[in-house]
Design a protein around this ligand. Structure first.
Ligand code: RIB
Length: 303
């Protein structure tokens, strides 16, 4: 099996569960408050490790109760932690998450210690990237450091996956070093500066992203599944038909990305890896929380 390095953020998710997400200027009475592990890179690492991936996570956290939660979680899941920098002068990040009764969410994240990840940190941990064949990252870490890490990964011949979440401007020359680009519909709209409404819009969006130099585009469409295109092959995959109700969609995109990396690490072909990731993402929505909802390999046979 190929090894995976993931660069990203850990934060503690402060989740507020209520009937609905409050409107601007509104106060509502919620139903439940849960504090759990989150952060896209961290969630993706847990997803991959629970699916038996060989995963190293590169990040920066503080030395506090939140980072303790993270380190316990990695130990339990088997995520390799030698590239996690702990800085006792910084605070581990947090995210405020509002969740409605349909499992939809709105998130505001403060990356905390991970906001202080600099290119020198990547140089210090470059062996981790060098020793992996697949590199996965997102956009919660500082832009310059994220791009530097992506470039290092390409230099060391890794397959690169960029999950552009949250959507932020990317310099045009960077697209050509991305092997797999995995925006959701909203993020794809951001990169193309246009609305995506119909199936035709989705196909056109993927083609336009390919024209930027990305090798493979995967647009995740929530309950509508995914669309894949690489110029030779293109197809829609329906969302996995769940046997249980959706409880919380937080982290479903992370489940997808972590699982897709494992699919590639196991040498599945692209369609097989996408089918696998689609199922893992679906199953993750039947449990609450972000990292806590990542399915274990054995759960996939029961769902
Ligand atoms: O993708 C879900 C994650 O986004 C949450 O865990 C939250 O921390 C934010 O990073």
């Amino acid at each position: 099996m190929k090894s995976i390095s993931i660069f990203g953020v850990f934060v503690a998710d402060l989740c507020f569960i209520g009937d609905r997400i409050p409107n601007k200027g509104e106060t509502i009475l919620g139903k439940k408050h849960v504090v759990g592990p989150g952060g896209k890179g961290s969630n993706q690492s847990i997803a991959a490790a629970r699916l038996n991936g060989n995963v190293s996570f590169i990040t920066k956290v503080g030395k506090d109760s939140h980072s303790e939660m993270a380190l316990n979680l990695y130990k339990e899941a088997g995520v390799k932690t030698h590239s996690i920098i702990q800085d006792n002068k910084l605070f581990t990040g947090v995210a405020g998450i509002m969740i409605d009764k349909g499992g939809n969410n709105a998130i505001n994240i403060i990356s905390g210690a991970a906001e202080h990840l600099v290119t020198g940190d990547i140089d210090n941990k470059v062996e981790t990237i060098k020793n992996s064949e697949i590199f996965l990252t997102q956009m919660e870490t500082p832009y310059e450091t994220t791009i530097y890490a992506l470039k290092k990964a390409k230099e060391h011949k890794c397959i690169t996956i960029l999950n552009p979440a949250p959507a932020r401007k990317i310099d045009e020359d960077i697209f050509k070093i991305i092997d797999f680009f995995t925006p959701n519909e909203t993020e794809a709209e951001f990169y193309l500066n246009k609305k995506i409404e119909t199936s035709e819009d989705i196909k056109n969006a993927a083609n336009e992203l390919l024209k930027k130099g990305i090798k493979n585009v995967i647009i995740t469409l929530g309950e509508k599944g995914i669309y894949f295109a690489n110029g030779k092959e293109n197809f829609f995959l329906e969302a996995y038909k769940l046997k249980q109700p959706v409880i919380d969609t937080t982290g479903a995109g992370d489940a997808f990305n972590g699982a897709f990396a494992v699919g590639l690490a196991n040498d599945l072909d692209i369609k097989e890896a996408l089918t696998f990731a689609n199922k893992v993402a679906g199953v993750s929505t039947t449990k609450s929380g972000a990292a806590t909802s990542m399915p274990f390999a054995k759960e996939l046979t029961d769902n």
